[in-house]
Design a protein around this ligand. Structure first.
Ligand SMILES: NC(=O)c1ccc[n+]([C@@H]2O[C@H](COP(=O)([O-])OP(=O)(O)OC[C@H]3O[C@@H](n4cnc5c(N)ncnc54)[C@H](OP(=O)(O)O)[C@@H]3O)[C@@H](O)[C@H]2O)c1
Ligand SMILES: *[C@@H]1O[C@H](CO)[C@@H](O)[C@H](O)[C@H]1NC(C)=O
Ligand SMILES: *[C@@H]1O[C@H](CO)[C@@H](O)[C@H](O)[C@H]1NC(C)=O
Ligand SMILES: *[C@@H]1O[C@H](CO)[C@@H](O)[C@H](O)[C@H]1NC(C)=O
Length: 740
């Protein structure tokens, strides 16, 4: 703890010495007031100290003489007016006019007693006018000048947080615009039926060489260190390099703004000990910046975050920003609290601390810091991952406690001015909740009547969740996700989890409900009926036959909690359950603009390419080559996907499935006549796949999208960086995942 002030001392701004020059500004007048206040004069009756300072002619004369001696005239009338108004208010009396000191000629002035600091410190009672000596006045002036400078600069640095994120967001918007313009240009070129490449460009540089490729290779695509990005390292996850750099810049900014620009003055009258003075400034600075960070934490943590759709960055990106701003803010709060505790104890030891703990603002502040630390402790990756529901409940409860205690902590200062940082948090939070409710309502106006059908398929260990979608909810977009609430058990009704929309099916709802067979049509791989007879396979763009209702299909792998309850419910046949559907969230990655698209997916990650298929294959899409590499454990899952998606038969599509388990069904070769489907045993070699795709794409643009187990996504990311390094500049990496 002793180290911190020492370190900070090195960064102090130098003090300029103004000896013998007139001081200017309001702190000069107030400096005179501060020094004269050490003295009491005996020309007033038994009045209160405040009133006496207005009533005493000796004091007013002393004050005016001090101002005349040490201060330049600028701003003096304004100061006088203010002081006069104060006296009118508190003592119903006017200050004497300023020119009363004209009666003091040079000789009289020289004869006036000069008060030294030591003499002032005994709080004398005097019967004549007095002047602070030069040194005493300087100490008073510098005390005020530094204290008020700090007071103002703390807030300036607090606002700097907003400038920082405004710049980050602007860069995000800028790069999005550039991408948009590029994709429009690409699209236009595509209308011209020729290759738009230069013939000498075969490998190096690709379609967009130079800086953009270097940026992709070293900044935007790679993991921060090595290749672990989706996979945790110990107790934490490290975001992609571009995010880490942003976070690093933010942390550095906070360190800098908390460590410099402290005007510690020698002989300060408020805090004579310099280390206490520094504690005071550091504590105030960290406290204010910590508070200024609050609204940012809330904005970044919300599901309905406007910034998400302006910048196109996903929930995961803002979530890592949310976590880091919160961490920084918490460290600042701890420094703030430690600082004040040190100062209080220095003044009067333990008993003084106990006395302060009795003060409303003080114990609220201590509580706020403690709960902020608890929030941090209960948000570690391990707990988030393994006990998500517990994490969420604690997170919300503790956040409420922090907001409340913070409110009472800052309420007493400057008429609640600091609450400008508290109310936005509340507003953002309420708005988010409101928008969530609104989305649920828009999805289906008859809230109570939204029913989903869950069908469990044991052979692929998968729940197909079928939700009829109303016309009102708009056309579902590929790559979007929805939060699903299950309402059948009120105890768990508040729980909701995100699922990527897999595809839209046109099922005969009536019939399905009657027979209890909604989806999937028999998922067994031995199914014999021709796939062409399946009605529900046409995807997003298909038009619904008149007697059918389109429904959205989610693929849910039962793990624990929410998903296992769903599987249990459906274990003995298709189950109809009441749900809330909140969405859609997320945006569609611009894969349509790429001539080549490669999906690297694992397990239920297949939902992502399925949801994109129709969109990527319709008119106006630039895609000529669509590869899907799919690692899947169960043969039955593979079979059901193949037979229910006619678009997989499009000649632009090539699906390679790697069946990694399910040994006994290994020999169930596809008998569907899908020429462009290849099945292999064992995990795919992600590296080789990406390299092959890059070589095949050559100078054309290639979009690689990963959705699957963390390790798989990280390998894909890594492989993309490698091929970028080998000159395939047209490669772009996308990832679809949820990081909590
Ligand atoms: N964003 C979304 O909406 C969304 C949707 C669905 C799923 N997901 C994510 O996708 C993941 C898959 O879940 P799941 O239960 O459906 O999957 P799963 O059934 O466990 O299947 C994963 C498949 O990937 C293979 N695999 C794992 N690591 C690999 C690697 N490094 N290289 C090559 N192949 C690898 C596995 O092979 P082995 O059998 O040899 O292990 C297995 O075949 C989950 O982590 C989930 O978070 C995301
Ligand atoms: C203030 O003083 C004036 C006379 O100096 C007197 O008339 C007036 O009543 C006083 N006002 C109050 C509120 O005491
Ligand atoms: C103080 O204010 C009163 C009332 O506004 C005014 O009459 C008086 O002249 C003022 N005195 C000085 C020194 O400004
Ligand atoms: C105030 O003190 C001076 C000397 O210090 C003395 O001469 C004067 O009588 C005192 N006045 C009152 C009202 O006590």
């Amino acid at each position: 703890m002793r180290r911190i002030p020492l370190l900070l001392f090195l960064l102090l701004t130098s003090e300029k010495d103004f000896a013998n020059a007139l001081r200017s500004g309001k702190y000069c007048f107030q400096g005179c007031e501060l020094s004269i206040n050490y003295v009491s004069f005996n020309d007033t009756g038994p009045a209160s100290k405040k009133a006496a300072s207005c009533l005493s002619g000796l004091r007013t004369r002393s004050l005016y003489l001090c101002v005349d001696e040490y201060c330049s005239a600028g701003g003096r009338d304004e100061w006088l007016r203010g002081a006069n108004e104060t006296c009118q208010r508190i003592a119903n009396t006017s200050m004497l006019p300023y020119d009363i000191i004209a009666e003091y000629g040079p000789d009289e002035r020289n004869a006036i007693k000069r008060l030294s600091t030591d003499e002032a410190f005994v709080y004398p009672v005097l019967g004549n006018v007095v002047l602070p000596d030069q040194a005493f006045f300087e100490r008073a002036f510098k005390t005020l000048d530094a204290a008020f400078y700090e007071y103002e600069i703390h807030l300036v640095y607090g606002w700097a947080m907003y400038y920082f994120w405004a710049i980050v967001i602007s860069i995000g918007i800028g790069s999005r615009l550039v991408t948009l313009i590029q994709s429009i240009r690409h699209r236009e070129w595509h209308r011209v039926p020729t290759d738009f490449d230069e013939p000498n460009q075969c490998r190096g540089g690709g379609a967009s060489g130079g800086l953009p490729v270097l940026l992709k290779r070293y900044i935007t695509v790679p993991a921060t260190f090595g290749s672990r990005c989706s996979q945790p390292i110990g107790w934490c996850t490290i975001p992609p390099r571009i995010q880490s750099l942003t976070i690093l810049a933010f942390v550095m900014l906070n360190i800098v703004l908390c460590t410099f620009d402290y005007r510690v003055t020698h002989g300060n009258l408020y805090w004579p000990r310099e280390c206490i003075q520094l504690w005071r400034y550091v504590s105030d600075r960290t406290g204010i910046i910590s508070l200024a960070n609050f609204p940012i934490i809330w904005i970044f943590g919300m599901r309905n975050n406007v910034l998400m759709w302006i910048t196109g960055w996903g929930f995961g990106t803002y979530n890592s920003f949310h976590r880091w701003v919160a961490r920084v803010s918490t460290v600042q709060a701890v420094v703030h609290s430690v600082g004040y505790t040190v100062m209080v104890c220095e003044r009067g030891g333990w008993s003084s601390f106990k006395k302060h703990l009795g003060k409303h603002y003080f114990w609220n502040g201590e509580l706020a810091t403690i709960f902020m630390c608890a929030l941090l402790a209960f948000s570690v990756y391990g707990l988030r991952r393994s006990h998500y529901e517990t994490f969420l409940v604690l997170h919300i409860a503790f956040s409420i406690v922090v907001l409340l205690t913070m409110y009472y902590h800052v309420e007493i200062f400057t008429d609640g001015e600091w609450n400008i940082f508290i109310y936005p948090c509340l507003a953002v939070w309420l708005l988010d909740r409101f928008l969530r409710a609104l989305r649920i309502l828009i999805f289906h106006l008859r809230l109570w009547d939204t029913k989903a059908t869950a069908t469990y398929d044991p052979s692929s260990n998968l729940v197909y969740l079928n939700v009829p979608c109303q016309k009102s909810s708009g056309k579902p977009q590929p790559g979007t996700y929805y939060y699903i609430y299950m309402l059948d058990n009120l105890l768990y009704a508040h729980q909701n989890h995100p699922f990527t929309l897999a595809y839209v099916a046109n099922d005969k709802i009536q019939e399905a409900e009657d027979t209890g067979h909604l989806f999937p049509r028999d998922p067994s791989p031995r199914r014999t009926s021709s796939p062409d007879s399946i009605e529900s396979d046409s995807l997003l763009s298909s038009s619904a036959p008149s007697n059918t209702c389109p429904s959205m299909v989610f693929l849910v792998r039962p793990y624990d909690g929410f998903t296992s309850r769903l599987a249990q419910k459906a274990s003995s046949g298709p189950a109809v359950t009441r749900v809330f559907i909140e969405g859609p969230y997320g945006h569609t990655a611009p894969l349509r603009d790429y001539a080549n698209v490669l999906f690297v997916v694992g397990g239920t990650g297949i939902a992502v390419p399925l949801s994109h298929l129709a969109h990527l294959l319709d008119d106006g899409s630039a895609v000529t080559n669509l590869h899907i590499i799919w690692a899947v454990r169960e043969h039955a899952f593979l079979a059901s996907v193949c037979e229910s998606h006619a678009l997989l038969r499009d000649e632009r599509v090539y699906l390679k499935a790697h069946v990694t388990q399910d040994e006994e069904n290994k020999d169930d070769v596809m008998d569907e006549g899908l020429k462009r489907v290849k099945v292999e045993a064992g995990r795919p070699d992600v590296h080789a796949v990406i390299e092959e795709a890059a070589v095949e794409a050559g100078h054309e643009r290639l979009a690689v999208m990963a959705c699957g187990p963390a390790q798989m996504a990280d390998e894909t990311r890594r492989a993309c960086v490698d091929v970028l390094g080998r000159g395939f500049g047209g490669v772009e990496y996308f990832e679809e995942s949820f990081k909590w």
